[in-house]
Design a protein around this ligand. Structure first.
Ligand code: PRP
Ligand code: URA
Length: 212
């Protein structure tokens, strides 16, 4: 049977997501408003991206009776790709309590759009599911490098949560890391000559931190 929840790429289908993405896309949205809308979107995307986390049944007592509840089988590691991914860290920490946090610093060259690594600090990922957060998936080069670093540190199950994904980036992750699920708030068709997503929203990090 067609199982939408296990598709390797999916877009969160919700009117609130559509409205919030429109606010981020709008070039007149100021950084303060951009940060708020990005935080809300990140929560919505992360909820969908963690849909397949394994749970196990537990017995709990409510004030009225005994019933069966659930708890997570494994802890979660959340790894933002600096800088822009930081916008998705607090939303993840609001949602999940048993969390280890790692950081990967990657920066795309303005000339080549190829990302180089300037920082990597990861917890042991062997015993945890790993949620990689980066709001922009353009060529997919940064995310592909980030996933390789995670796997090199023991990650076996990785999910990438993004806000805007370009088809080229989705295809790149599908080729380089077919085992990685990708969940985004929007899928855009094109990249321009500088490898920015079109229509996209511009440079996420610059709009988030007012560094335009
Ligand atoms: C952005 C974004 C991704 C990357 C996506 O980061 O946050 O990491 O570009 O592009 P790609 O899919 O073509 O690799 P950027 O390098 O601009 O750094 P920043 O977050 O510090 O602004
Ligand atoms: N990084 C961004 O912030 N925006 C893009 O469109 C592509 C990469």
């Amino acid at each position: 049977m067609y199982d939408r929840a296990h598709m390797p790429f999916r877009v969160v289908d919700h009117p609130l997501v559509e409205v919030l993405v429109s606010q981020l896309r709008d070039k007149s949205t100021e950084p303060a408003h951009f940060r708020v809308a990005a935080g809300k979107l990140a929560e919505l995307v992360i909820v969908e991206a963690t849909r397949n986390l394994a749970t196990e049944p537990i017995v709990i007592e409510t004030p009225l009776s005994r019933c069966t509840g659930a708890r997570f089988v494994r802890g979660l590691a959340v790894v933002p790709v600096l800088r822009a991914g930081l916008s998705m860290l607090d939303p993840a920490l609001r949602l999940f309590s048993d969390v280890s946090v790692g950081y990967i610093g990657l920066e795309r060259s303005h000339a080549t759009a190829i990302a180089s690594s300037y920082y990597c600090n990861l917890p042991n990922l062997h015993d945890r599911d790993t949620l990689l957060v980066d709001p922009m998936l353009a060529t997919g080069g940064s995310a592909s490098q980030a996933v390789s670093l995670l796997k090199g540190n023991g990650a076996s199950k990785v999910v990438l949560a993004s806000i805007v994904a370009a088809q080229a980036g989705v295809d790149r992750i599908g080729q380089d890391h077919p085992d990685v699920e990708v969940v985004a708030a929007a899928l855009d068709p094109n990249l321009n000559a500088q490898k920015y997503i079109v229509p996209g929203l511009g440079d996420f990090g610059d709009r988030l931190y007012g560094t335009l």
